[in-house]
Design a protein around this ligand. Structure first.
Ligand SMILES: [Zn+2]
Length: 271
């Protein structure tokens, strides 16, 4: 029997998900990307990101278009929320990319979720540069330690289970020939690569890294990165990865002003 909803399903948006478009989407899902489903008949892709990395979000949009998926871009202004307990939550300005709903994304969603919980599908292709690059941009971290001369790459796998991260670690060895260790932060597993293994990983993903993330994948790990505003060499403190002291401070003050403005709006008496 054909119900009205089944008819709608029959004429829903269609897209052919090839292995390479799946690599791209999987890389985003390994980070903060997600599939939502407005009904059991279709699903959409969405990713939110700090406005600072708008170039990445635009690149994602272009790539979606390449693989035949229509999308829209949007902006979320900085927000301040006050919870029931009175805690103030600050959220920086963000941008997002969201696809239309597609019938063919349902099977992708099914690979990634049990109910509403994200799981790690074991058919992801870790050998795909594009997958690793998007994962790294979304959830990766780069640092050098000048004292013990180590290069460190971390992938924040804390959304996944201990067993899944162990599987990832083993797959990095088998598929990529890269040695990883699993460290814990707040009792959650993080996948870490060091030195030679970190450098080889960075060389592998660099061609796919968007401009605003290149500080995470420098050609020469020991060359100090430069302040994105004034070009000053950033040596020493690992937390200065993108801006010098002065410009980091200016950015912080500007953000605080935004927050104060948003807070005033919340606290304004209701007339
Ligand atoms: Zn500067």
């Amino acid at each position: 029997m054909i119900t009205p909803s089944l008819k709608r399903w029959g004429t829903g948006n269609r897209v052919k998900v090839t292995l390479s478009s799946r690599d791209f989407l999987d890389g985003l899902l390994l980070g903060d990307g997600y599939y939502g489903s407005p009904s059991v008949y279709s699903a959409f892709f969405r990713l939110n990101q700090k406005a600072l990395h708008e170039d990445w979000v635009l690149n994602i949009g272009k790539r979606l278009e390449d693989i035949g998926i229509k999308y829209k871009l949007g902006e979320v202004p900085p927000q301040v929320r006050v919870t029931k307990t009175g805690a103030v939550i600050n959220a920086a300005a963000s941008v997002y990319v969201q696809s239309l709903s597609y019938r063919d994304l349902i099977q992708e969603r099914d690979r990634w979720y049990r109910g509403n919980v994200k799981i790690l599908p074991k058919d992801i292709r870790l050998g795909a540069q594009e997958l690793l690059a998007h994962w790294y941009m979304g959830d990766g971290n780069f640092s050098v330690n000048r004292e013990n001369k180590s290069v460190n790459v971390r992938l924040h796998t804390n959304a996944f289970s201990e067993a899944d991260v162990a599987w990832l670690s083993k797959s990095f060895a088998n598929v990529l020939g890269l040695k990883t260790t699993i460290n814990h932060w707040r009792r959650q597993p993080i996948l870490c690569l060091q030195n030679e293994n970190a450098s080889r990983f960075l060389d592998f993903v660099r061609p796919y890294i968007s401009k605003s993330f290149l500080y995470k994948a420098p050609e020469d790990c020991w060359k100090p990165s430069k302040c994105e505003v004034c070009g000053l060499d950033l040596i020493g403190r690992p937390r200065f990865t993108r801006f010098c002291h002065q410009h980091r401070r200016e950015r912080m003050l500007a953000q605080n002003r935004e927050r104060a403005r948003a807070l005033r709006k919340i606290n304004a008496p209701v007339v």
